[in-house]
Structures are given as structure tokens and as C-alpha cells.
Design a protein around this ligand. Structure first.
Ligand code: ADP
Ligand code: ZN
Ligand code: MG
Length: 478
């Protein structure tokens, strides 16, 4: 029998607010444990939570970006469980009435378009972090306790690990465009639990799912899903049954292993948080959120193809981040040949960004310098090939392109009289080839071009060389 997989993802995105969800503590990275803490976020008795308005603004921005349905009234709930990183004994979350229902994330894979439906987005607070020592003792760091999270729950609409990754990448890009989350999976500011089941192909009912945890990169999520789909398929294939459970990805063995079964699942005993009022989203707040939503990746990519005539592939690469898209548009603003700019960014700039492991916003070569360099190719000052070398120098030295070209004597030689002086001795020294060429061996033309390029260290203007060589060869006597 043939089986197909069904995947639904639960993503936690840490919000980049300045302060925590329910107190005034900073959310910034702290070098020492328990620096960013107060009685509220370490759960002292008698304290009261006060909701950070920006958390709601950010939640609404994401809801708008995915075209979800914002609940004008939603309710905070206590999710009760005991764990040392949770001093209150409960996490403030949302349960029956989340801040957003529905919405879509559009993905593209192998040329096919799909809209992945969202079930909900809700607000919750993060827990602290346990630090386990070699000697068996454990400590608790509450710096993270109370940092705001959005939980984004998809419908079980994904059917392959590749689709799951495309969905996650798109969601991450949207969060980065909105500027509400830094999207760092290794550091845990974007975390994903993956629910997966398999069923006979064509079967309408969903199979029993397992929930996978402990994957902190796209690569691990992909590997864990691959492994788990294969495991479940094998179990069902030999007539076994899948038990509903939570499984942990173990990178060292490349497998998932059972962490807790359904019987051991927590009963969170959710109930409405009595210390917080119903969350009412005002018109003002909605307006503020709307103003915070920029042009999003899909819309931007669509505009790049329409407005600049770029291929869809270029548009997608260039809109992968807001900074890169902005960089492209700034260059085009002063050098109006979009496809040439796109080619340069994709083949040269991105390679350097990757090699020196930097970010677009920190990249040394500013958009106006890139525009200048492209202009110098365009007006024939340097060839495209020489430009690549100049660009490399621009990256390493931070100098202006024209200054570098002067300094290194790289101006393209376009003047006919100068090139005549180069070509004449070449023809003189290669009488035999000149004779053969004139006798009809036309492919020798490339040989002469090569000689001229060699003699000028690549600086001769190719099109001038072409015309001039033809003319001078015609004038040669045999
Ligand atoms: P739970 O009650 O275990 O939390 P939910 O119904 O709330 O389950 O769904 C949690 C996540 O699991 C959602 O992303 C959902 O799309 C996904 N999911 C639910 N059922 C399945 C299934 N049978 N196979 C794969 N994913 C599923
Ligand atoms: Zn605090
Ligand atoms: Mg659930």
C-alpha cells in the first residue's frame, strides 16, 4: 500500500518588544543569568500582570500579514503545569479565544502554488531556562521568563518535509519583514514543533499523529520529519499501529525517540486568567498595527516582476529579505538597468555576503557604489570582467570604484589609436597566422583577440578590438 504524510506545525516566535509581556523587564540578551527579572516574571505571590500593548500590536500585524481574522475580544488563560522553569506553576496563554483565527501562508514549491491554512495565532509568555551542570546540579535562569511569544498553529495541510520547510521559511520571512521577531532558530527565538501522521494514499481520515520536538534548525526539522514519516510508514506497513505521543529528535543518532505517551500527556486545566481583563483590540491599536505592516514578500516580488521586468526567480531571490530588496531598489534608483543590477547582486554581491558571512545592512559596498561600478561598465570605462576584480577590491578595501580603477590602472582601452599600437606589432609577430586567416581560416580571429587581451591585461575594449582587428586584418597584405 502507498502511504502519504500529513504535517501540521506549531511555531513559537519570540517577539522583539523592548520589555516582557506582563512586566517592565528588558527582553534584551543578558550576559548573566537572572538579570532581567522582577517579582512579576519570577512569579512572586501577590503580583499582578500588566499587558504590554506592543505585544498585541505585533500579534495584530502578523494576523494582518497572513490575512487572518483578528478577534476584537480575546481572553488570556492559565495553562497549568509544574516545571522548575515556570515559577508561577502556570503559563499565561490564550486558549478558547485566541487573538487571531485563520489566515494563510502562501508557499511555492517546484513551480506549484499552495496556500497553507492557519488554525490560529495566540499570545503567550515564555518560560525560564534550566542550566544543567556536569556535577548533576541544575540552575534556573529567569531572563527568558515572561518574554512574549506568538504561537502560530497551522492546519494539517502540509504533506512533505519540503513543504514544511517552505512554509517555515515563508513564515520566518514574513516575521522578519514585519520586524517583530529576529527569526533565529539556533538561538531559539523561532521554534517549531512538528505534528506528523501518515495514512493510506486517498484515505480521507487523518492518521494518529506524533509530535516532534527538539529541532533547532530547518535541516533538523527536515531530517526529523523524513525519519518519522518513514518510521510510521514501516509500522503501518507491517500491520502495526502508531501510538499518539511526543517524540524527541536526537541529532546524534538521526532518529526520534518517545518522550511521553498520550497517557502521560499533561492535563493543563486551562481556565481564564483571573488577573487580566478580556483583551479588547481597539480601532486605534488596529490602525497602529496596519501602519506597521510593510509591503510583504509576495507583493514585493510581484511588483519587482511587473515594475522592473525581472524574471520570477530574480524577484524571489531579491525579496528574500527586506534589506536586500531595498538595496536592489536603491541601486536601480541611480542605475536604471534592473536586470543588470539583479544579475550583479545575485552573482557577485550575494556570494561575498555569504563568503564573509555578513548582512546586507552591514555590507561595505553601499548601493551608490554598486551603481557607480555598473555605470563604469556601461560607459565602457572598464569591462565586466575587470569590474569583478574591482568589486572584490571594493569589498576588501572599502574604496570607491573610480579611485580603485585609477590606482590600479584598470581603465579600459577604447581609443582606436592606442589599440592600433597594440595590434600592429601582434600582426607583425604572427605573419603565419595572418596569412592563414586571410586564406580563409577565419576561426583564427579569436587567436588575435586573445593576443590583444593578453597584451593589454584584459583592458582592451572587446567591441572596439573586434572592429579594429577586422579592419586591420583586411588592410594586411599577404
Ligand atoms: P493537540 O490537541 O494534540 O494539540 P491539535 O488539534 O491542537 O492537536 O493540533 C496541533 C497541531 O497538529 C496542528 O498544527 C494540527 O494541524 C496538527 N495536527 C492535528 N492532527 C494531525 C494529524 N492527524 N496529523 C498531522 N498533524 C496533525
Ligand atoms: Zn519582570
Ligand atoms: Mg492543541
Amino acid at each position: 500500500m502507498e502511504y502519504e504524510a500529513v504535517i501540521g506545525l506549531e511555531v513559537h516566535a519570540q517577539l522583539k518588544t523592548q520589555t516582557k509581556t506582563f512586566c517592565g523587564c528588558a527582553t534584551t540578551f543578558a550576559r548573566e543569568p537572572n538579570i532581567n527579572v522582577c517579582p512579576v516574571c519570577i512569579g512572586m505571590p501577590g503580583v499582578l500582570p500588566v499587558l504590554n500593548r506592543n505585544v498585541v500590536v505585533y500579534a495584530c500585524m502578523l494576523a494582518m500579514a497572513v490575512r487572518g481574522e483578528i478577534s476584537r475580544r480575546s481572553v488570556f488563560a492559565r495553562k497549568n503545569y509544574f516545571y522548575p522553569d515556570l515559577p508561577k506553576g502556570y503559563q499565561i496563554s490564550q486558549y478558547e479565544l485566541p487573538v487571531n483565527r485563520g489566515g494563510m501562508i502562501h508557499i511555492q514549491l517546484d513551480g506549484a502554488d499552495r496556500d497553507i491554512r492557519l488554525n490560529r495565532i495566540h499570545i503567550e509568555e515564555d518560560a525560564g531556562k534550566l542550566m544543567h551542570n556536569q556535577d548533576g546540579t541544575s540552575y534556573v535562569d529567569f531572563n527568558r521568563s515572561g518574554i512574549p511569544l506568538l504561537e502560530i498553529v497551522s492546519e494539517p495541510d502540509l504533506s512533505t518535509p519540503d513543504e514544511a520547510i517552505a512554509y517555515l521559511k515563508k513564515l520566518r520571512t514574513i516575521l522578519l519583514y514585519l520586524g517583530v521577531c529576529d527569526g533565529n532558530m539556533e538561538e531559539g527565538s523561532l521554534r517549531c514543533d512538528a505534528n506528523v501522521s501518515v495514512r493510506p494514499r486517498g484515505e480521507a481520515r487523518l492518521g494518529v499523529k506524533t509530535e516532534l520536538k527538539n529541532m533547532n534548525s530547518f535541516r533538523f526539522i527536515h531530517k526529523a520529519l523524513d525519519y518519522e514519516i518513514q518510521r510510521q510508514t514501516e509500522v503501518l506497513g507491517r500491520g502495526g499501529t502508531i501510538s499518539q505521543e511526543t517524540r524527541l529528535w536526537d541529532e546524534s543518532s538521526g532518529t526520534t525517540r518517545s518522550m511521553r505517551s498520550k497517557e502521560e500527556a499533561h492535563d493543563y486545566r486551562y481556565f481564564p486568567e483571573p488577573d487580566l481583563l478580556t483583551l479588547e483590540v481597539s480601532d486605534d491599536l488596529l490602525e497602529e498595527a496596519r501602519r506597521g505592516v510593510p509591503e510583504l514578500p509576495d507583493a514585493k516580488a510581484g511588483r519587482f516582476t511587473a515594475e522592473y521586468g525581472l524574471p520570477a526567480y530574480d524577484a524571489e531571490v531579491l525579496t528574500a529579505s527586506r534589506d536586500l530588496a531595498g538595496y536592489f531598489e536603491t541601486v536601480v534608483g541611480s542605475f536604471d538597468r534592473p536586470k543588470a543590477v539583479s544579475n550583479w547582486i545575485m552573482s557577485e554581491m550575494l556570494r561575498f555576503i555569504k563568503d564573509i558571512d555578513t548582512e546586507v545592512k552591514d555590507f561595505r559596498v553601499t548601493p551608490d557604489r554598486t551603481a557607480k561600478l555598473l555605470g563604469l561598465i556601461d560607459d565602457g570605462t572598464i569591462s565586466g570582467k575587470i569590474a569583478k576584480g574591482v568589486y572584490e577590491q571594493m569589498v576588501s578595501t572599502g574604496k570607491e570604484p573610480d579611485a580603485l580603477i585609477k590606482e590600479l590602472g584598470l581603465e579600459q582601452i577604447s581609443s582606436e589609436s592606442s589599440l592600433r599600437e597594440v595590434i600592429a606589432p601582434i600582426l607583425e609577430q604572427n605573419r603565419k597566422e595572418v596569412g592563414q586567416y586571410k586564406a580563409g581560416k577565419e576561426k583564427l580571429f579569436g587567436f588575435f583577440v586573445g593576443q590583444v587581451m593578453k597584451a593589454t591585461a584584459g583592458k582592451a575594449n572587446p567591441s572596439v578590438v573586434n572592429d579594429l582587428l577586422k579592419k586591420m586584418l583586411r588592410e594586411e597584405k599577404t
